[in-house]
Each structure stands twice: as structure tokens, then as C-alpha cells.
Write a protein that binds this ligand. Structure first.
Ligand code: NAD
Length: 454
């Protein structure tokens, strides 16, 4: 019998639930179930597989509010954000439900005959996800994986297993066949590591920290597993003097403090052209200090707690570095892993808060001289995931966007994640792309067949 995983509600520090803790034996059983289900799932006609995924969409739609509530309580998200995230889960399955019938190959004329290519599923895929967007990130992997004919073992983060466990029940309700989706709620060091080393797992799709990503890439090398890695970030907001500064000041906080800053895409460095620094800061301050931090279930809440005491300590350590505080908002006191939104004003471009992922509501402001300096500063980290450019000059916006080494960027917006567009990182933010039409590449092998006509 597995022992238990105690799930804490971050807004109250109370026990929210207790679920069986999966270890290596449970992972082995789940992989065996997924392996058993693979031949029949793969053999479904594309139309039949699409039909199953559409049935899942219908069941998810009818449990939208329930799943949002689970996510809000388990991950400490404002309920409005949680509803939006479950909306994206549904949209992701709807988008990839159309994929089985569009998974096309090529016909290639060659000497002596004809060559064709087919996109074959990989087999059993292992999906390892973090706690910050538990079901959303799981859906980004599950939907294209299943659409392409794979079966899956999903390992949620040990802090936030509840939405994935409920999702598996709903998948059964939607008549997704047994063994196609398997959830193992267990620690990374045991359940996650076993998935990575398991010889019957063909691929690991991982989202999490860059340090764990390194160990996953190394572990997967033993069995030449396919790997995609969505890792950390240290993204920049680049605010030029010619920007609509009111708009930038209104939107920059959303890009930096959404999900209490526990967002791989958080634009946690705010780079501002020095000629408008003072004016921009005076516009930004009231926007940050008025962020409503509190009970995730109160519809007026804009920012919830951090996920754990450990995360709060890790975020607080950035305030111990002696970097001047520009301004801070406020947060509740008492039970709950609360942290006030905080803007720091380092003078040193190599300060830790300018280089390391905080993964919490602490951001740094740094002035730049000109366009060249802005690009140099934006690129001056090991990461390359996301970012925003604020300017009214369209040519400059495109020049700077092309020059920043980052997988996703937005211009005059704090949002660049869409179901229909590719998402993933440059540099140590990872490799591979999720979402959009090409996500299917990550869950298929290309097979080339030559047919002799001579
Ligand atoms: P984490 O790396 O600690 O854990 C992520 C997952 O990996 C969890 O399920 C964990 O149990 C598992 N894991 C841990 N050690 C493992 C091991 N040795 N073998 C196999 N699995 C293991 O990350 P986290 O703290 O849950 O999430 C925060 C991190 O995730 C941040 O760095 C953030 O930037 C990153 N993230 C990236 C994206 C993206 O798409 N690029 C999205 C969200 C979060």
C-alpha cells in the first residue's frame, strides 16, 4: 500500500486533502497500463480518436467550476484566474481534438518509385509538470500526446496533485479507455525519476526548473528517450521612452505579478529607458501598491499566496541581498504563505535579482541608455523564455523582438501565450515547443517508406 501525500491549502496552511503517494512501484504499474492501452488507442481511426477527445471536452466543460475551485484552493490562485486557466485546459483539448485528422505526411518523388512519410505515435509518454499551473501545463502535453495516438503517464507536482487526479476521473467518465491516461501523484525524486529511467517510456515532456531539467536530460540519455524541456525564465519588460507609458504601467504588473510571480513567463526585470524612468516609476507605483492580495476565493482578489513556506523563504531571500526597495504593496498577515508585491531598484546589473529566477512577486527595475543597451541587457541572462516590448515605433518593436533571444515575446501587451501559437524557450529555458500546430512534432516520429514501382 502506498503511503499518503498530504496536500496543503496555501491560503490557510490547513490540510486540504490526503491522497495516496505514488512511488516507483505505482509508476511501473501505470506504465504497464499505458503500454497495454497503446495498441488499441493507436489503432483507432483518426476520426474515432478525435471523437473521444471531443467527448472529453464536453465532460470538462460541465466540470469547469469544480476544477477551477480545486485549482484555486490547492495552488492558491485567485478564483477568476483559476476559471481562466481551466478555460484554457478546455480550449487546448478542443484545439487538439481536431488534430488526429490533420496529422499528415508527405509524398516525395524519388528515383525508381515513391516515398511517403507517416507521423507515428511514440508509445507511452511520461509527462512531468510543476505546481504553478497544474492542469493547464498538463493539458498542453496531454492533448497533443493523445491526439497523436500516444498513451500517457502524468506526474503532477507533489504540492498540487488534486486537479490531475480529478481530471483522470473525468476522463474515465468521458469514456477515454482505461490505461490511456494514468496519473501518478508522487515525489519527483522517486516517481518522477522512475518515469525518466523507465525503459518502456518513449519520451519525457517536462516543465519545471532548469536544475531539474538538467537531471532529466541526463537521466533520459540512458535510454535515448525523446525529451522536451520547458524550464525557467528571467524575462524582461523593455519600456522605451516613446511607449504609451500609461498602458505599460497598467499592464506591466500583470506580466510580473500574475500567479504571485510564480510564472515561468514572469517579466521579472523591468527595463526602462533612462529618460522616462522617474515618470514611469511614478505611474507604476500606485498600480503595484494597490494590488489586492488575499483570499483566492474572494472574486475581488488579484493575487493569492505563494505555494509553500519554502517558496516564501526562497522569495524573501532576494530581499536580504541589500538591494534598495523602490516600493512594496501589502499582504495579509497570519496563516497562509503571503508575500507583498515588491519592486526593487538594483544599481548593479549583475545583482542576483537581475540574474536568477525569483518565482515570486519580487521584480527589479533597471534603466537602459538606448536600443542597443536595451537588447544587450534583455539578453544578459542564461534564460530566454518570454518578454514584452513597449514602444509606439513599429519598426523598433520588430527590430528589438528579433534581437532578443527568447521563445515568445509580446509587443505592447503582457501576454504571449495562446493555444494556437508555439510556446517554449531559447537558451537554458529549455528546448522543444508546446501548443500550436507543431506541438504534434514532439509526440510523433517521422517514418519514411519507399515503395518501388520498378
Ligand atoms: P521542479 O523542477 O522542482 O519540479 C517540476 C516537476 O518535476 C515536479 O512534478 C517534480 O516532482 C518533478 N521532479 C523533481 N525532481 C525530479 C527528478 N529528479 N526527476 C523527475 N522529476 C522530478 O519545479 P517546480 O518548483 O514544480 O516549478 C517551478 C519551476 O518550473 C520554475 O523554475 C519555473 O520557471 C518552471 N516552469 C516552467 C514553465 C515553462 O513552460 N517554461 C512553466 C511553468 C513552470
Amino acid at each position: 500500500m502506498p503511503d499518503s501525500l498530504v496536500v496543503i491549502e496555501p491560503a490557510t496552511e490547513a490540510v486540504l486533502d490526503t491522497v495516496p503517494r505514488a512511488g516507483t512501484a505505482e509508476v511501473d504499474e501505470a506504465v504497464a497500463r499505458a503500454r497495454g492501452a497503446f495498441p488499441a488507442w493507436r489503432a483507432l481511426t483518426p476520426a474515432a480518436r478525435a471523437e473521444r477527445l471531443r467527448a472529453l471536452v464536453v465532460v470538462l466543460e460541465s466540470h469547469h467550476e469544480e476544477l477551477a475551485l480545486i485549482e484555486a484552493r490547492n495552488a492558491g490562485k485567485p478564483i477568476g484566474d483559476a476559471r481562466g486557466e481551466i478555460g484554457m485546459v478546455i480550449e487546448t483539448f478542443r484545439y487538439y481534438a481536431a488534430a488526429p485528422e490533420r496529422l499528415l505526411g508527405d509524398t516525395i518523388p524519388v528515383a525508381g518509385g515513391q516515398a511517403f512519410t507517416f507521423r507515428e505515435p511514440l508509445g507511452v509518454v511520461g509527462l512531468i509538470v510543476p505546481w504553478n499551473f497544474p492542469l493547464t501545463i498538463a493539458a498542453w502535453k496531454l492533448a497533443p500526446a493523445l491526439a497523436a495516438g500516444n498513451t500517457a503517464v502524468l506526474k503532477p507536482a507533489e504540492l498540487t496533485p488534486l486537479s490531475a487526479l480529478r481530471f483522470a476521473e473525468l476522463a474515465a467518465e468521458a469514456a477515454i479507455p482505461d490505461g490511456v491516461i494514468n496519473v501518478v501523484a508522487g515525489p519527483g525524486s522517486t516517481a518522477g525519476a522512475r518515469l525518466v529511467e523507465h525503459p518502456d517510456v518513449a519520451k519525457i515532456a517536462f516543465t519545471g526548473s532548469t536544475s531539474v531539467g538538467r537531471s532529466i536530460a541526463a537521466g533520459a540519455a540512458q535510454t535515448i528517450k525523446r525529451v522536451t524541456l520547458e524550464l525557467g525564465g528571467k524575462s524582461a519588460n523593455v519600456v522605451f521612452a516613446d511607449a504609451d507609458l500609461e498602458l505599460a504601467a497598467e499592464q506591466v504588473p500583470g506580466g510580473a505579478f500574475a500567479n504571485a510571480g510564480q510564472d515561468c513567463c514572469a517579466r521579472s526585470r523591468i527595463l526602462v529607458e533612462e529618460s522616462v524612468l522617474d515618470r514611469f516609476m511614478s505611474l507604476l507605483e500606485p498600480r503595484v501598491t494597490s494590488i489586492r492580495v488575499g483570499d483566492p476565493l474572494d472574486p475581488s482578489t488579484e493575487m493569492g499566496p505563494l505555494i509553500s513556506a519554502g517558496q516564501r523563504d526562497s522569495v524573501a531571500s532576494f530581499l536580504d541581498d541589500g538591494v534598495p526597495v523602490a516600493f512594496r504593496g501589502s499582504a495579509p498577515e497570519g496563516d497562509g504563505y503571503w508575500f507583498a508585491p515588491t519592486v526593487l531598484a538594483p544599481t548593479d546589473r549583475d545583482a542576483r535579482v537581475m540574474q536568477e529566477e525569483v518565482f515570486g512577486p519580487v521584480v527589479a527595475v533597471m534603466p537602459f541608455r538606448d536600443e542597443e543597451d536595451a537588447v544587450q541587457l534583455a539578453n544578459d541572462t542564461i534564460y530566454g523564455l518570454s518578454g514584452s516590448i513597449w514602444t509606439r515605433d513599429g519598426a523598433r518593436a520588430l527590430r528589438v523582438a528579433r534581437a532578443i533571444d527568447s521563445g515568445v515575446l509580446s509587443i505592447n501587451s503582457n501576454n504571449s501565450v495562446r493555444v494556437a501559437t508555439p510556446f517554449g524557450g531559447f537558451k537554458q529555458s529549455g528546448y522543444g515547443r508546446e501548443l500550436g500546430p507543431r506541438a504534434l512534432d514532439a509526440y510523433t516520429e517521422v517514418k519514411s517508406i519507399y515503395y518501388s514501382t520498378s
